[in-house]
Design a protein around this ligand. Structure first.
Ligand SMILES: [Fe+2]
Length: 285
C-alpha cells in the first residue's frame, strides 16, 4: 500500500449526503469511511454506496452519538444491539462513541454533554462499556468532545481523565483534533500540550471538522471548512505518531463536490507534511 493510499482522508458518510459524497469518494483513493449507526438502523442491507466502497477494499468505521456512555443509567440495549447489527453488517473493525452523556432521568439532551471528571465517572463509564462490549463484539474507541461548560468538582484535567478512562477500560482513542482546538480556544489552554498528553499508543483514528464562532464561543458545528489552526494541529499530530485513519466530519452546509475534494486534498497534505517530519526525525536520530 502506498503512503498516499494509506493516508488518504475519508469522510463521515451519511445517506442524505450520498449525492455529494459518492462522486468525491469515487474519484479518490479513499480507504476508509465512517458511518453513524443511528443513520442506518432502518437499512436491512448495506446501502449501495457503501457496498461499492467495500468492494474497493475500504474500511467502514461505525460511530455512535446516542449510547450515552457516561450516563448514570445503563445504555439502552435496543440502541446497543442496533450498533452491533450495523457493525456486523459492515464488518467494521471497531465502533466508537463519545466521552459524554446525552440523557438522564428519561430526558434527552439532544446534545453531547460533558462528564464530571471524577473517579466515580470513570467507574460508571467502565460499567457501561462492559454492557456495550457484551453485545458489540469488537474494540470500542472513545472520542473527546467539545463542551460548552464544565461541572464543578472536577478531580482531573481533561487529559488526565481521558488517559485514565482509556487506560482502565482498555478502550481505544478517537481523537477529535477540531474539538481539541475548540476547547483550547474556549478554555484558554495549549492545544499542543493537550495533544502531547494524549495516550497516542491507543490511537484508533482521528476526526477533523470545522465549526463556527457564535457570540465569541467556538462551537463544533461540523458546518465549515477545517480551519488552518486545526490543519496545523493535525500536522503536528502526524509528525509525532502514525494516524491509522482520518475522517472529515461534515453534518451541515455541505460544499460542492469540487470544494470538498479540495478540502480533502488540503487535509491529506497536512497529514503528509507531518509524516515527512516524522520520517526525517527518525532518520536524523
Ligand atoms: Fe468528532
Amino acid at each position: 500500500v502506498s503512503d498516499r493510499a494509506r493516508h488518504a482522508c475519508g469522510v463521515l458518510w451519511r445517506p442524505e449526503f450520498a449525492r455529494v459524497l459518492d462522486p468525491v469518494l469515487a474519484s479518490r483513493q479513499v480507504d476508509v469511511v465512517e458511518v453513524m449507526f443511528e443513520d442506518l438502523l432502518t437499512f436491512a442491507e448495506i446501502p449501495p454506496s457503501l457496498a461499492a466502497l467495500k468492494r474497493r477494499g475500504a474500511t467502514i468505521l461505525v460511530h455512535g452519538a446516542t449510547l450515552s456512555l457516561g450516563g448514570a443509567e445503563r445504555p439502552d440495549m435496543r440502541r446497543v444491539r442496533g450498533m452491533a447489527r450495523i457493525a456486523d453488517m459492515l464488518d467494521a473493525p471497531l465502533v466508537s462513541e463519545h466521552l459524554a452523556f446525552v440523557r438522564s432521568g428519561g430526558r434527552e439532551a439532544w446534545h453531547l454533554l460533558p462528564l464530571p471528571r471524577t473517579r466515580q465517572a470513570v467507574d460508571v463509564l467502565a460499567e457501561n462499556l462492559d454492557v456495550v462490549r457484551s453485545a458489540v463484539d469488537r474494540p470500542v474507541a472513545l472520542e473527546n468532545i467539545a463542551y460548552l461548560f464544565e461541572w464543578p468538582g472536577n478531580e482531573m484535567s481533561e487529559a488526565e481523565f481521558i488517559r485514565t478512562v482509556i487506560g482502565e477500560t482498555g478502550s481505544l482513542l478517537l481523537l477529535d483534533v477540531e474539538n481539541v482546538r475548540v476547547n483550547a480556544c474556549n478554555y484558554e489552554f495549549s492545544a499542543e500540550d493537550f495533544l502531547a498528553a494524549m495516550p497516542l499508543d491507543r490511537l484508533a483514528y482521528v476526526h477533523v471538522a470545522g465549526g463556527e464562532v457564535l457570540r465569541g464561543v467556538h462551537r463544533d458545528t461540523h458546518s465549515e471548512r477545517v480551519p488552518p489552526a486545526t490543519l496545523r494541529l493535525l500536522e503536528l499530530l502526524s509528525s509525532r505518531t502514525e494516524i491509522p485513519h482520518l475522517i472529515l466530519e461534515r453534518d451541515q452546509n455541505l460544499p460542492a463536490p469540487q470544494d470538498l475534494a479540495n478540502e480533502l486534498r488540503d487535509i491529506d497534505q497536512a497529514l503528509a507534511r507531518g509524516l515527512a517530519q516524522r520520517r526525517w526525525g527518525s532518520r536524523a536520530s
